[in-house]
Design a protein around this ligand. Sequence first.
Ligand code: AMP
Length: 215
Amino acid sequence: MRIVLLGAPGAGKGTVAKSLTEFDGSVQISTGDILRNAVKAGSELGKKAKGYMERGELVPDDLIMDIMEVRMKEPDCQKGFLLDGFPRTIPQAEALKKLLEKIGIKLDAAINLDVPTDVILDRLTTRRTCSNPDCQEIYNIKSKPPKPDGTCFKCGSPAVQRADETEEAIKQRLATYNEKTAPLIDFYKKEGLLKTISSLSSQEIVEEVKAAVKK
Ligand code: AMP
């Protein structure tokens, strides 16, 4: 499947994308994960992105498009892709549209995960992420805790709170979402690709996405 996952931070895009990769072998492409890995590796990209990310602001569109133009042309994308956290602005959505036209690929759908703000806030403050860049399993101290010693069940690395999951950064990320990313809902409605899902259970969301893509 070839889909864009839309939704505020904490709406469940990452969790849903991971489950969907197990379904049909489509690859999850998370610009957030790519950027966090670049920051950890101390690469040029990481150095440029770090400040924006810590403040809960968006990284400039040209940096994101440089990454995505390369990533979307890699052979593993031919099976399908789940875009998680990209596009995040109208210029990114326009650039993605052009890029897909150039490589002759059509999106199946843009899935909007519509989750109430109180649920988002609770999820983000209780979220923990495996610190191993090759794992990045997502936990929640209430609903899916890591091991009692705080490490990841999958790889044993510490599951930690992300630097951008402090209350201050979360508020900024939600404001950024409302200003810059929410307009994409209308963009994809006009493209005839939008499907909004209001369910809060990732299992139910996965089933609804599969049904939407089959149609
Ligand atoms: P995420 O894990 O998707 O919430 O992304 C974490 C942070 O990475 C965001 O708060 C932004 O600073 C940055 N980021 C991720 N994806 C994008 C994007 N498509 N455009 C701009 N910034 C991004």
